[in-house]
Design a protein around this ligand. Structure first.
Ligand code: SAH
Ligand code: SF4
Length: 335
């Protein structure tokens, strides 16, 4: 699929053609321009040549059927991963990638270990949503939420991510509410500051994973460039401007960041209005292990006693390596 030339091809056509094309691609979810019978044959052929709609992907379904991973092949043959998660309450969340690989090299993350290839353009981000929108449509369902929690750091591909959010949000298109779109960052203050000025209702998540600079710099090298205080300062100013709550993600990694001392330090950082903590059980990638159930309970008890607002995230797709941070882990069960 490549929608980059769409505007160019339709430029010579009357204006309403662009609207028709948008409806066809984002609402009717056509997979071939031949389906757009309101366009003449010649235009359809040109569109198929200049703006192909077919998506090359392989999918894997988890045993519990609650998540599906797609491996999408891009025009330069690089591959990216996206996941669809069915929630019990009926929501369908798509987790998208924004880069091939990631330059930030977090120690616990499979994507970080593969290094950085390139940024995705905005339509390559949209392509992932369209793939699952088409899939869901076959069962009369639609995407309810999109999270930028796949491969890559959204704020190091800011313009394309923002353009993609606008397209996802577009009323006469996929129509995904801004409040149902979440962007997760490893902590790039400039990105947080920029987002606060967009006037958008999207959700911001910050990957914290350590309650002090020493440990954070060890497991997330970006912390050497932007220390915790700088990240939290940007978050505070984001909250002041947007009045929106911010989600802090904290992975529980065995013997790394899960001690009582860590919980107490974390509680101190988190006790602020509109700060919300999300504990995530680490998905094994071969480098580290998840904390034991007992440790998790003890960790949570300390947070509770300290009055911290927190929740624990449900695990999706561990068996198909579709869980956060496992995107770059290979597996062989192809459907
Ligand atoms: N680069 C951004 C967004 C992509 S990662 C970021 O780091 O926030 C999305 C989330 O998955 C982050 O919170 C990340 O820390 C987390 N993650 C990475 N590896 C993981 C793993 N093995 N298990 C569970 N979560 C992981
Ligand atoms: Fe990149 Fe996020 Fe993985 Fe860190 S956790 S390497 S920032 S994708």
């Amino acid at each position: 699929m490549d929608l980059n030339n769409l505007e160019k091809v339709l430029k010579k056509e009357p204006e309403y053609r662009q609207k028709q094309a948008n409806l066809a691609v984002f609402v009717n979810l056509i997979e071939d321009w031949q389906e757009a019978t309101f366009f003449g044959l010649q235009l359809r052929q040109e569109l198929n040549k200049e703006c192909p709609l077919s998506i090359k992907a392989e999918t894997l379904v988890s045993k519990t059927k609650d998540s599906i991973k797609a491996s999408i092949t891009l025009k330069d043959d690089l591959k990216i991963k996206s996941v669809l998660m069915h929630h019990k309450d009926g929501r369908n969340t798509v987790c998208v990638s924004c880069q091939v690989g990631c330059a930030l090299g977090c120690e616990f993350c499979a994507t970080g270990k593969m290094g950085f290839e390139r940024n995705l353009d905005c339509f390559e981000i949209i392509e992932q949503a369209l793939f699952f929108a088409r899939y869901l449509k076959k069962n009369n369902k639609r995407i309810s939420n999109v999270v930028f929690m796949g491969m890559g750091e959204p704020f190091l591909n800011y313009e394309n991510v923002l353009k993609a959010i606008r397209i996802l949000n577009y009323k006469e298109g996929l129509n995904i509410g801004a409040r149902n779109i979440s962007v997760s960052t490893a902590g790039i203050p400039e990105g947080i500051e920029k987002l606060s000025k967009e006037g958008f209702q999207v959700n911001l998540a910050v990957s914290l994973h350590a309650p002090n600079n020493k440990l954070r710099s060890q497991i997330m090298p970006i912390n050497k460039k932007y220390i915790l205080e700088q990240v939290l300062k940007a978050v505070d100013s984001y909250i002041k401007i947007t009045k929106r709550k911010v989600m802090f993600e904290y992975l529980l990694i065995k013997d790394i960041n899960d001690s009582d001392q860590h919980a107490m330090e974390l509680a101190k950082l988190m006790r602020k209005p509109l700060y919300f903590l999300n504990l995530i059980l680490y998905n094994s990638t071969g480098f580290f292990k998840p904390s034991s159930a007992k440790r998790v309970e003890e960790f949570k008890k300390i947070l509770k006693t300290a009055g911290v607002n927190f929740s624990q995230r449900h695990r999706f797709g561990d068996d198909i390596k579709a869980a956060c941070g496992q995107f770059a882990v290979k597996n062989r069960i192809i459907l």
